[in-house]
Design a binder for this molecule. Structure first.
Ligand code: SF4
Length: 378
């Protein structure tokens, strides 16, 4: 296939759905987690759950960058804008993530903070060059996909000797989040989140390759199929997972061969390793403190590290008690299990982070109306 439309062909999707129905054994249940918010979005948008038999169930995972951003990190960004008077640059989705005390970056902007939406780290760098009398901070979030561009910006800042630019680094790592889910009591002890396999991320895997998932397949006996973000990619991956489960296999398979190799993008990996190092631990919304799950800026680039430059101290802040985002990100709950879903909490007025980005489970279910007839979790 050559064009994107071909990966959205309804007839081919029906054929794959028939194959899944034919191969899924009626006497067993299949529960697969799509780790990535891009897959969650595709599943909701194209109604993929509606095409699956009742005994094949998709569970949403934590792979949505703004969903896992803890309140305390957004608070740091707001502090920089309102108290330190910096120009704070970040991606659009970050602006509406709820922070503490009913705040968000958007509200901080309305209160006078110089907060700017950018499309890339290069935009933030340009803003710093255009405003030499102001400190400019790039609030960098996201998984392995967005980390290399942040590394490029830091290297350029060093090369240019740009003294008014720095990065508030909140980049997180996919493999440690998957480990945390597999080690969680809900999966290991109580079995309340039955997990038979994973759909592996698309864009993240173009960078890290398929090799890092081999550990999960071997150690936890969980099949992983890396898939693209188009509906036929997802359907094909589900079929491949059903086949692995039926055959008692647990290996890494790659459906997204048009973009992902076993080793990934070595140039990007080397760049990231040059600029960043592992944090000992990092707080994720929903998963709590996860060891070695995020990156910090190496001391060679400390002059461009906003946490060092502004002596920021991280303060953990509990989530809104009525919001079920934490449980949704661990696969324990479904968006419709939250009492606020679609009433108090909507994409226009998000109470939790899962309602902010189109990749968030609550926003995807709200936007595409798939919440009405999805079978219950558990
Ligand atoms: S509907 Fe809103 S409040 Fe409920 S879990 Fe989702 S984001 Fe949180």
């Amino acid at each position: 296939m050559k064009y994107v439309d071909e990966f959205r062909d309804g007839q081919l999707a029906q054929g794959l759905a028939a194959a899944i129905r034919g191969e899924a054994q009626p006497e067993r249940r299949y529960s697969f987690m799509e780790f990535c918010g891009g897959h969650t979005h595709a599943i909701s948008r194209y109604g993929i759950s509606d095409l699956l038999p009742d005994n094949v169930r998709m569970i949403h995972g934590p792979g949505c960058p703004v969903c896992v951003l803890p309140i305390g990190r957004v608070d740091l960004a707001i502090e920089l804008a309102l108290e330190q008077g910096v120009i704070l640059c970040t991606y659009g989705d970050c602006l509406r993530v709820p922070a503490s005390k009913g705040r968000s970056l958007l509200k901080a902007k309305a209160a006078g903070g110089d907060i700017r939406m950018v499309y890339s780290s290069a935009d933030a760098l340009r803003i710093a060059q255009e405003n030499p009398s102001k400190q400019v901070v790039f609030f960098a979030i996201g998984f392995e996909t967005t980390t290399p561009p942040t590394a490029v910006a830091l290297r350029q800042a060093q090369t240019l000797g740009l003294a008014n630019f720095s990065v508030l680094c909140c980049h997180v790592l996919t493999p440690s989040a998957i480990s945390t889910i597999l080690e969680s009591p809900e999966v290991r002890q109580y079995g309340s989140v039955p997990l038979d396999g994973f759909i592996g991320p698309a864009h993240v895997s173009t960078v890290i390759g398929s090799r890092p998932y081999e550990f999960f397949a071997e150690e936890y006996r969980k099949p992983v199929v890396i898939a693209g973000f188009e509906p036929l990619d997802v359907m094909q991956a589900i079929l491949m997972l059903v086949r692995q489960v039926n055959q008692g296999r647990a290996v890494v398979e790659n459906e997204f061969t048009r973009a992902v190799s076993r080793d990934g993008n070595l140039k990007a990996q080397n760049l990231v390793a040059d600029v960043f190092e592992l944090r000992r631990e990092f707080e994720w919304r929903g998963l709590g403190l996860v060891p070695y799950s995020a990156l910090r800026i190496r001391k060679e680039y400390a002059a461009w590290d906003a946490e060092v430059r502004f002596q920021l101290r991280y303060q953990s802040v509990p989530d809104n008690r009525a919001c079920a985002c934490g449980a949704i990100l661990r696969g324990v709950k479904h968006p419709r299990d939250c009492k606020l879903f679609g009433t108090v909490c909507t994409p226009e007025n998000p109470i939790g982070s899962c309602m902010v980005s189109s990749e968030g489970a609550c926003a995807a279910h709200y936007t595409y109306g798939r919440y009405k007839d999805v079978p219950a979790v558990g």
